[in-house]
Design a binder for this molecule. Structure first.
Ligand SMILES: Cc1ncc(C[n+]2csc(CCOP(=O)(O)OP(=O)(O)O)c2C)c(N)n1
Length: 284
C-alpha cells in the first residue's frame, strides 16, 4: 500500500467532509453526525476500490454501493460530486422542492445512487438482491453496502443476513458504521447488541472483519483487500467510528441531526475548509 495512495484518500475524506457540510448547510439542518462518520469509507470506496463510470451510472459491470443508512445521503452526494457524477455545487440544494438531492438517497433522483434507501433495514435487503442478481448473470463485480449500528435493530437486517449467507454471496461486502449512537441515544441504551454486531453476523454465516479505527483509510483498505479473498460467503466489516468525526461541534455532541443558523454554518464550513487546506499542505 503506497503512502501516496493513503495520502490521496485522506485528503479525499477531508474534502468529502467539507462538501458534506456545504450540502447540509444549504438546507440548514440534517444528518451531520452519521454522514461524517462514513466519510473515510466513502473515500476508500470511491477513491480506490470501486469500479464505476460517472458518465454511465448504470454501467452493468460496475461495483454497486448501497447506502442502507440512507439518512447519510449528503456524504454520498459529496463523494459523487467530487468524483464527477455532477458538479459539486449541484448538490447544494438539499431537500429543496424539485431538487435531485433529497435528504435520503433516491435512485430515481440522483446520478450514481444505485438503490433507494432511508427506511432502515431495506437497503441491505436490496443489496442482497442486487448481489444475487449480479451473480446469476455472472457479472464479475461487488456490491458494497453501508449499514448503521442502530439500523441493525431492524429485524429485516437479519433476514437479509441469513439469505446472503445461504446463497453464498461472496460478491457482497458490507460495513457497519459502528459509531455507538443512534437517533435518540447510544445503541447500548436503546437496544443493546448482546455479544456485539460482529458476533451476530458471524453466527449468521458471514465472514467478519473488525476494523479498530473505522475512520482510518489504511485500516479500511486493508480490510477490503482481506474481504476480496473470502470465498463462498459474504463479509461484514465492522468499522469502529466516531459519530460527527472531523467537525468539532458534531464530534463533541455526537448528535444525530443538527440545526444551525447561517452564521454557525459559516463557521463550520470555515473549519472544514481550514482542516482540508492544512492537510493538503501537510501532505504536499
Ligand atoms: C424503518 C425506520 N425506522 C426509523 C427510522 C428513523 N431513523 C432514521 S436514522 C435512525 C437512527 C439510525 O441509527 P444508526 O443506524 O446508528 O445511524 P447513524 O448513527 O450511523 O447515523 C432512525 C431510527 C427510519 N429511517 N427507518
Amino acid at each position: 500500500m503506497k503512502n501516496e495512495t493513503l495520502n490521496r484518500l485522506k485528503l479525499l475524506a477531508s474534502e468529502i467532509r467539507l462538501e458534506t457540510m456545504k450540502i447540509i448547510a444549504s438546507k440548514g439542518n440534517g444528518h451531520v453526525g452519521g454522514s461524517l462518520s462514513i466519510a473515510d469509507v466513502l473515500a476508500v470506496l470511491y477513491g480506490e476500490v470501486m469500479r464505476y463510470k460517472p458518465e454511465d451510472p448504470d454501467w452493468k459491470e460496475r461495483d454497486w454501493l448501497v447506502l442502507s443508512k440512507g439518512h447519510a445521503g449528503p456524504a454520498m452526494y459529496a463523494a459523487l460530486g467530487i468524483v464527477g457524477y455532477y458538479q459539486k455545487e449541484d448538490a447544494y440544494h438539499l431537500n429543496e422542492a424539485g431538487s435531485d438531492f433529497p435528504s435520503h438517497t433516491d435512485h430515481s433522483k440522483t446520478k450514481g445512487v444505485d438503490l433507494t434507501t432511508g427506511s432502515l433495514g431495506q437497503g441491505i435487503s436490496q443489496a442482497v438482491g442486487a448481489a444475487l442478481g449480479n451473480k446469476m448473470q455472472c457479472i464479475d463485480s461487488h456490491v458494497f453496502v453501508i449499514c448503521g449500528d442502530g439500523e441493525c435493530d431492524e429485524g429485516q437486517v437479519w433476514e437479509a443476513a441469513q439469505f446472503a449467507a445461504h446463497y453464498h454471496l461472496d460478491n457482497l461486502i458490507g460495513f457497519v458504521d459502528n459509531n455507538g449512537r443512534q437517533l435518540d441515544g447510544t445503541v447500548e441504551e436503546v437496544m443493546s447488541h448482546g455479544k456485539g454486531i460482529g458476533a451476530k453476523f458471524d453466527a449468521f454465516g458471514w465472514e467478519v472483519i473488525d476494523v479498530k479505527d473505522g475512520n482510518d483509510v489504511k485500516e479500511i483498505l486493508e480490510a477490503i483487500h482481506r474481504a476480496y479473498e473470502i470465498k463462498d460467503k459474504p463479509t461484514m466489516i465492522i468499522l469502529n467510528t466516531v459519530k460527527g468525526k472531523g467537525i468539532d461541534f458534531a464530534e463533541t455532541s455526537g448528535e444525530h441531526s443538527s440545526t444551525l443558523n447561517a452564521e454557525q454554518w459559516e463557521e463550520v464550513i470555515a473549519e472544514a475548509e481550514r482542516k482540508y487546506e492544512a492537510l493538503k499542505e501537510e501532505l504536499s
